[in-house]
Design a protein around this ligand. Structure first.
Ligand SMILES: [Zn+2]
Length: 42
């Protein structure tokens, strides 16, 4: 297991992209491909 302080994007699960049902992948618009949640919640 790897622990990261930054929150992993729940939408793409940290991949930075999402799998399309029709095939291929697209940059996650939730995190803009960063793979991490840009929101810093404390
Ligand atoms: Zn994402």
């Amino acid at each position: 297991m790897k622990k990261t302080e930054s929150t992993v994007c729940p939408y793409c699960e940290g991949n930075g992209y999402v799998q399309l049902l029709l095939g291929g992948s697209e940059t996650c618009y939730c995190c803009s491909g960063k793979g991490t949640d840009s929101k810093n919640r404390k």
